[in-house]
Design a protein around this ligand. Structure first.
Ligand SMILES: CCCO[C@@H]1O[C@H](CO)[C@@H](O[C@@H]2O[C@H](CO)[C@H](O)[C@H](OCc3cn(Cc4ccccc4)nn3)[C@H]2O)[C@H](O)[C@H]1NC(C)=O
Length: 134
């Protein structure tokens, strides 16, 4: 399977923002935005599922430590639609990560106590248009 976008060697600190602008494919089954240290150590796996892994219209968040997934956190809201052009803004502090979407905001605990984000990956049915760090 083709990999999506991967950015390494980042140094994103608490309070700073990672902005990923793009389009959800019109036939999207799901996509994921991963941030953390590397692919095996994730502060946040933000995974909107339109219809995959047995979930329909569900946002699943999780962490990954040394390659092992943590406990999933399923969000109540699903403010996304096929074909949406959106900007996803991810920031964090010592206690939690925040994901801001155009019409919703989600929190996820900083379970690993990460003090910087060095890795960003976007996978699945999301076409990245731009990335901005602010
Ligand atoms: C009930 C017993 C089985 O539980 C199921 O176990 C599955 C395997 O662990 C869980 O699915 C995994 O959940 C992880 C988060 O907790 C990740 O989402 C795993 O996917 C990683 C991944 C990303 N990608 C790239 C990608 C991402 C998005 C769309 C297309 C490709 N390929 N594999 C995904 O395979 C799935 O969320 C879980 N379902 C439940 C309800 O717990």
């Amino acid at each position: 399977m083709e990999k999506g976008l991967v950015v390494t060697q980042l140094d994103v600190e608490p309070g700073e923002c990672i902005k990923v602008k793009g389009k959800i494919q019109s036939d999207a089954k799901g996509f994921a935005v991963n941030v953390g240290k590397d692919s095996n150590t994730l502060m946040l796996h933000f995974n909107p599922r339109f219809d995959c892994h047995g979930d329909v219209n569900t946002i699943v968040c999780n962490s990954k430590e040394d390659g092992v997934w943590g406990e999933e956190d399923r969000k109540a809201d699903f403010p996304l639609q096929h074909g949406d052009k959106i900007e996803i803004c991810i920031s964090f502090d010592e206690t939690e990560a925040t994901v801001k979407l155009p019409e919703a905001e989600f929190k996820f605990p900083n379970r690993l106590g990460m003090e910087k984000i060095e890795y960003l990956a976007v996978e699945g049915d999301f076409k990245v248009k731009a990335i901005k760090f602010s």
